[in-house]
Design a protein around this ligand. Structure first.
Ligand code: NAD
Length: 434
């Protein structure tokens, strides 16, 4: 199955459970924008190079709010993966009660192979091409960081957009992207960088403590965790576990170069320091090297896939030993693997709930940038931002668990149902007047 089919099957399953009408189901399975373009940008050596860019919008029931979703710089992006993530972004936003339609896009490029100046040129060309087709803007489409992009890239987008638009639009240019740097004039919100990892740990604590998911008792010293991917999401999961759940031991982590293992637990502050200097987890003194495949099958209680999609598949699902899978990445588990995991009583906390911290803090940032009054938006201080995020995401955990109880279904289906039920009345109201 393709990546987008994985998501559409899950939408169909949820629709079947709640007996959704076929018109709304068809809407939920469709995309409003599928845009591709060959960007042309000048390289440091004077040569003009071309790069494939993609932007997808899933459907939105919100006529007065933008589409929202990550911008990925990775050599393997394609329309299929971007469509899947755009649909997941809609569902994730609706679970959190955010009035957006999902989007996703990116450039097929390995950013590690280009200079900073080249990446800036390429990013500016993307803004030019999107703006010329009026598919970028604070109330049209608001990108955010994803794999291979960061606050600096978001700032380049904001600058370029403002330079192009300042003579004929109002002054809310900062709201054209979220995940911007924090500091005077940059207009980012403290906590956005940490948000997805912080949200994942809040979800984990909630399910272990309040929903009493049994894993050796949460405060026991022998609960172990493994994280695949040690970028923004994975490293912040490690950081927040270290700070908030000291009884939980991180025994394995990995990145694109490979993984490391220590059955007694890795020292998180030392690991983060090591990664900052060596740019990889590989080679941390006192750890044993493992492969990414071995990490997925390692003896641990909680597995956090936080790299790319489709890593837990039917071929390896039966060898997963974790009791809980907390999905940090988007789409790390295939529907076929879900069935195997369920038959083994492994609890999957689905991506559209678990990793919704990023989109939530993006909402706080965007709402502040456009001066929308919303009682959920906290003061621009990291402690207030993360607290507001934890409150919203744990509330959604309760909602999804309640949906799972009512429909006697698993958490993935319950999360899809929660999202779809929230958006359906608005879609119906919209289609009446369309
Ligand atoms: P990132 O670029 O900061 O980090 C990605 C990590 O994955 C890096 O450590 C990289 O080395 C590793 N990696 C890449 N390819 C790999 C491979 N083949 N095997 C093992 N590791 C590999 O990206 P990120 O922002 O941390 O995003 C990670 C995942 O989380 C993505 O699926 C993304 O869509 C999802 N996500 C991110 C956010 C966010 O706020 N950044 C929000 C929600 C979901």
């Amino acid at each position: 199955m393709s990546q987008v089919d994985n998501v559409l099957v899950r939408i169909e399953n949820a629709a079947k459970t709640i007996n959704l009408d076929s018109e709304t189901l068809d809407t939920l399975k469709s995309f409003k924008l599928v845009w591709t373009c060959d960007l042309e940008a000048r390289m440091d050596n004077g040569i003009l190079k071309r790069f494939k860019a993609i932007r997808i919008w899933h459907r939105s029931p919100h006529v007065d709010q933008p589409h929202k979703g990550g911008l990925r710089y990775h050599q393997d992006i394609n329309e299929d993966i971007m469509k899947a993530h755009a649909a997941e972004m809609s569902l994730k936003s609706w679970i959190m009660g955010l009035g957006w339609g999902g989007a996703k896009g990116g450039i097929a490029i390995d950013p590690t192979k280009y200079s900073r100046q080249e990446l800036k040129n390429i990013t500016e060309k993307l803004v030019d091409e999107m703006d010329e087709r009026t598919i970028l803007g604070p109330f049209r489409d608001v990108p955010a960081p994803d794999v291979g992009t960061n606050p600096e890239v978001m700032n380049w987008i904001r600058q370029r957009y403002a330079q192009r638009r300042r003579s004929f639009e109002d002054a809310r240019f900062a709201a054209v992207v979220t995940g911007k740097p924090v500091g005077y004039g940059f207009d980012g919100i403290p906590g956005r960088n940490e948000a997805t990892g912080c949200g994942l740990v809040a979800v984990l604590e909630k399910i272990l403590e309040d929903h009493k998911v049994p894993i050796n008792g949460f405060n026991a010293d022998n609960v172990t965790l493994a994280i695949m991917g040690f970028g923004n999401v994975g490293s912040h999961v490690a950081e927040f576990v270290g700070k908030q759940c000291p009884s939980l031991k991180i025994v394995a982590v990995s990145d694109v170069r490979g993984g490391i293992y220590n059955k007694n637990g890795l020292d998180v502050p030392r690991l983060i320091e090591y990664v900052n200097s060596e740019k990889s987890v590989v080679g941390l003194p006192g750890s044993t090297p493992i492969t990414n495949d071995e990490l997925l099958e390692i003896n641990c209680d909680i597995l956090v896939p936080a790299a790319l999609e489709n890593v837990i598949k039917v071929d390896n699902a039966s060898r997963v030993k974790a009791k809980v899978i907390l999905e940090g990445a988007n789409g790390p588990t295939t529907p076929e693997a879900d069935e195997v995991l369920e038959s083994k009583n492994i609890l999957v906390i689905p991506d559209i709930l678990a990793n919704a911290g990023g989109v939530t803090v993006s909402f706080f940032e965007w709402a502040r940038n456009v001066s929308i009054k919303d009682e959920r938006v906290p003061l621009s201080r990291i402690d207030k931002v993360l607290k507001a995020l934890q409150k919203m995401i744990t509330h959604s955990v309760d909602e999804v668990f309640e949906t799972a109880r009512v429909y006697r279904t698993n958490l993935r289906n319950a999360a899809y149902i929660t999202a779809i039920k929230r958006a359906t009345p608005l879609f119906k109201a919209k289609h009446l007047v369309d």
